[in-house]
Design a binder for this molecule. Structure first.
Ligand SMILES: Cc1ncc(COP(=O)(O)O)c(C=O)c1O
Length: 408
């Protein structure tokens, strides 16, 4: 029986949108998604508006562009534009979140009372702990490690197999000292998709908040945030949203806005931003309450090219094609006798399929010399075919990867 053909070959019509695909065999979207020609068009419009309108571009174009971007992010994860807060990167969004958690760590009565009113059974004592996992992205841990001097303690749940962290292990790490559980929707090394619905319910029952770092999931894993007990969701445009660096976003569940009041802030979070009142601060009554200062509008313009395209194609189609190409990587790696360190069940895998080799840096560099772009993490080569990749590109990668893995 011949192997199944990856679904949605019609998406290959989008290849012309991506100059990067013309000159390379690009299988590294989990690191940086390719840039589309529509991103260039949005960027050109930004420059033209600057040149023709000067400062009037803010009111006539750029504030609208930021709203459209909030709308795109919201539509991709199933919430209204007004619930989205823009940020320059995930770390900055986390800094705002962390500032709102400080009184909960201290056990401030009023802050805990507001959490209880919002339906989180947070009890009365200090909740000094943040729980994350050994497979999460460093910036998640760093945010709360930096608060060590304030008495915040980071609990890191280990992974026995280096691929996954069982939900039971994560939930067992939560106790009455836990303010927050912070975990990736998709782990950035193994590509494992976490069961956010079960984790969310478990956190809620135990009085802990849940923050999901969805950087490796947004635009790739179909997500309906309204249906999940996710208290805070952070993501950005570098990877599966094909929007380049400089734009990230946060969504705090609206039911928590009164309970989670940021102390790291800026004038874009003000309800009356253009009153220019230095002596009063009322936070905006929408997601902008968690924003800070002047956003990078050129980054937002680039980002819109990607988000528009993801909405046009639909995350479901992107997911199906990406999963099928990932299955092809695994099958070819097995046939070549390579050590696959990926999640084999396509439904539990995001866009990353890793192969263990003895010298990943040398293999990645040898592949790059041949125009094949993937990347490495300790012990592994990360392959991440996206909707725009062909089967032939995957075959070429695996053929050359097998050769270089044997040679190093
Ligand atoms: C899972 C995950 N979280 C966060 C980030 C980036 O964080 P930041 O926007 O703070 O650079 C990345 C990749 O760059 C990532 O893969």
């Amino acid at each position: 029986m011949s192997p199944p053909i990856p679904r949605h070959a019609e998406l290959l019509a989008y290849r012309d949108e991506f100059p990067l695909l013309q000159g390379t065999t690009y299988l590294n979207t989990c690191s940086l998604g390719a840039r589309s020609r529509r991103s260039s068009r949005h960027l050109d419009s930004f420059l033209a508006d600057w040149d023709s309108l000067g400062a009037r571009a803010w009111y006539r174009r750029w504030l609208g562009l930021l709203d459209e971007l909030r709308g795109d992010f919201g539509a991709i994860i199933g919430v209204p534009a007004g619930e989205i807060s823009l940020a320059p990167n995930v770390s900055a969004a986390l800094a705002v979140v962390a500032s709102a958690l400080d009184p909960i760590h201290r056990g401030d009565d009023a802050a805990l009372g507001r959490l209880r009113e919002a339906g989180i059974p947070a009890g009365t004592g200090p909740r000094t702990r943040v729980v994350t996992t050994a497979l999460d992205f460093p910036t998640i841990g760093h945010q709360w490690l930096a608060r060590g001097p304030l008495g915040v303690e980071l609990v890191v749940v280990p992974s026995a197999d280096g691929l996954t962290v069982p939900v039971a292990d994560l939930l067992a790490a939560i106790d009455e000292r836990t303010a927050l559980v912070a975990i990736g929707h998709v782990f950035f090394t193994s590509g494992a998709v976490n069961d956010i619905a079960t984790i969310g319910r478990g956190c809620r029952e135990r009085g802990a908040l849940l923050l999901v770092d969805a950087y490796q999931a947004t635009g790739l894993v179909p997500t309906d945030l309204e249906a999940l007990d996710v208290d805070m969701y952070v993501s950005g445009t570098l990877k599966w949203l094909h929007g380049g660096p400089g734009t990230a976003f946060l969504r705090v569940r609206p039911g928590l806005w009164d309970a989670l009041v940021p102390t790291t802030t800026g004038w874009f979070s003000s309800a009356r931003q253009f009153d220019f009142a230095v002596d009063s601060l009322d936070l905006a009554d929408d997601g902008r309450r968690y924003e800070m200062g002047t956003p990078s509008v050129p980054s937002a313009a680039l980002a819109r090219g990607g988000t528009e395209m993801v909405r046009e194609i639909g995350v479901e189609r992107i997911a199906e094609r990406t999963r099928d190409l990932g299955d092809l990587v695994i099958r070819l790696a097995d046939e070549a006798g390579l050590a696959v360190t990926a999640i084999r069940d396509a439904n539990a895998r995001g866009g990353i399929v890793s192969v263990a080799v003895s010298d990943p840096r040398a293999v990645v560099s040898a592949l790059a010399d041949e125009g094949i772009i993937v990347d490495f993490r300790p012990g592994i080569v990360r392959c991440s075919p996206a909707f725009y990749n062909t089967e032939d590109e995957v075959r070429l990668l695996m053929d050359r990867l097998a050769t270089h893995a044997q040679a190093t």
